[in-house]
Write a protein that binds this ligand. Structure first.
Ligand SMILES: [Zn+2]
Length: 523
């Protein structure tokens, strides 16, 4: 027995796409979610229908997609500061239609957008048309969120005839992502890798979609899975939907479905699999839809699935770069998103090739080489700094003073406390050993003068001694001399400070004065 619901306008979708497993004769005039025109014919772009109800919405903007509440700062949503900005855009209305081509969010697939046009006596270009910014499922109802611009009065009422249009690019993007997710999950199931959850960002995002798996795929496995998916897309396997009444569904038990974006908080696999049967708690008294991909898969799902795999065109699995034996996300792109993603990747490759000065094909070799050279250079610099510190120490030792001062200027490569610390430590221990004293003091300054590449002059000051009291005292003298330009601290014979502002003869004289005082006090 073949059952029918009243026919929709014809598209390329085969007439046996939607297969009723019950007699829908008693289905009400207003279509519930599960039986919407967008779910019975995913290729239908517009539909004439009537308004079932219209009311001003209690929210100012569509809520963020489910499971994606962690929005980035500054993203406009229905909460907090963003509210004020939203109000300038006009009021939001909730409109329910008898039927619609606009898919409300569900099963991990974000909501469609589009517009609704009032039909009536006026000619076409005078007909009022409003943008559908989102669509929500409220239990069995599909609620369009319609934006009415500021200064506009809407006098639409129940029973008015309207034409509803879906934003096609957005729909094709979302459907490509969702259908390819079913395909990918089916292939992964064969490898005993159940899909624990999946998630996608709404159009026009270039973000890859992911399926969460018990472990990571190897590079080779990912390549093989991608090939199998694309082979099936080439074979253009047919896709159809079985619709049963909730509680009387056939064959829903033999397949464990895929999750959706809401599942991220669930902790146990059992809990996930329970939810993954695909029926939300607040969807009672509705229908169960099973999406079938010929010879490949059968899964409960409410999304707008293509009538055959060729519509996906192409899938690309992002090659994994790390291995993991625990729960891991496998990222992929499909359909027009895959094309945009790969175009973007290709442009990036050209940009990288330009930066490293090689052909596109040689980028990996070039970067590999560069990285080896960088590591070698790093080791060389380390050796050079060691050698340099020895030279500096030899020079300081030749001055035959217990209070030694080393002044360095514009040595960018060694303008850091680590280098100064190495010099000071080695110097102190050499002096202590050679002269058998514990009261040697090292005063080190390193100044980088302001220039094109250095925004402002900064001087580092390091005072070091085995005698903490002595070092601390010298440090205090410097602090008094330089006032609030000096900031720093220290302990156990080692005091480090940064001195801001110009360093001129005046400062040199100040340092010299302090050293002279110390030397005469020590003598
Ligand atoms: Zn699905």
């Amino acid at each position: 027995m073949v059952y029918e619901l009243d026919p929709l306008p014809r598209t390329d979708t085969p007439s046996d796409y939607t297969r009723f497993k019950f007699d829908p004769a008693n289905v009400g005039e207003k279509r519930i979610v599960g039986l919407l025109a967008c779910q019975r014919d995913p290729l239908l772009r517009s539909l004439r229908t009537k308004i079932h109800s219209i009311r001003e919405a209690s929210i100012k903007a569509p809520p963020p997609p489910k499971g994606k509440n962690k929005q980035k700062k500054g993203v406009v949503n229905g909460n907090g500061d963003a509210k004020a900005k939203e109000e300038d855009k006009g009021r939001l209305y909730e409109i329910e239609l008898l039927d619609t081509v606009i898919f409300p969010e569900g099963g991990g697939q974000p909501s469609d957008m589009g517009h609704i046009k009032l039909l009536g006596d006026t000619n076409d270009d005078k007909r009022e048309s409003y943008v559908v910014e989102g669509c929500l499922r409220k239990k069995l109802d599909s609620v369009h969120l319609v934006r009415v611009p500021p200064g506009t009065d809407i006098d639409w009422k129940e029973g008015d005839e309207v034409e509803v249009h879906v934003d096609w690019e957005r729909r094709v993007d979302h459907t490509s992502c969702h259908t390819s997710q079913h395909l990918l999950s089916a292939i992964l199931d064969r490898m005993e890798l159940p899909t624990l959850s999946w998630s996608m960002h709404a159009y026009p995002s270039l973000e890859p979609i992911y399926v969460e798996l018990p472990r990571a795929l190897t590079f080779q496995e990912a390549e093989q899975v991608e090939k199998e998916c694309n082979d099936l897309i080439m074979q253009n396997n047919k896709i159809w939907v079985d619709i049963s009444v909730q509680g009387q569904e056939q064959g829903q038990a033999e397949e464990v479905g895929h999750g959706n974006a809401d599942d991220s908080d669930l902790t146990t696999l059992a809990e996930r699999l329970k939810i993954n049967k695909g029926i939300p708690d607040d969807y009672e008294g509705g229908v169960i839809r099973h999406i079938n991909i010929d010879r490949t898969d059968r899964n409960a799902c409410c999304g707008t699935q293509f009538p055959s795999l060729a519509h996906v065109s192409l899938m690309h699995i992002i090659p994994p770069t790390t291995s993991s034996s625990s729960t891991t996300k496998l990222y992929f792109v499909a359909g027009p998103r895959a094309i945009r993603y790969l175009q973007n990747a290709s442009r990036q490759l050209s940009a990288v090739a330009k930066i490293v000065g090689s052909g596109r094909a040689d980028v990996v070799d070039r970067l590999d080489n560069n990285e080896k050279n960088r590591k070698e250079l790093f080791d060389n610099v380390k050796d050079l700094r060691g050698e340099l510190s020895d030279l500096i120490i030899q020079k300081a030792l030749s001055e035959n003073e217990r209070i030694m001062c080393i002044k360095r200027e514009n040595q960018k490569a060694t303008h850091d406390f680590e280098f100064l610390g190495t010099v000071a430590n080695t110097l102190i221990s050499t002096v202590s050993e050679q002269k058998n004293v514990d009261d040697a003091v090292v005063v080190l300054t390193s100044t980088l003068h302001a220039s094109k590449t250095v925004p402002e002059t900064q001087t580092l000051l390091l005072i070091s001694s085995k005698d903490d009291k002595l070092a601390k005292g010298v440090n205090e003298d410097f602090k008094k001399g330089l006032g609030d330009r000096i900031k720093g601290g220290g302990a156990r014979g080692r005091y480090m400070s940064k001195i801001s502002g110009k360093w001129s003869r005046k400062e040199d004289a100040l340092v010299q004065g302090l050293l002279d005082e110390l030397r005469s006090a020590k003598a």
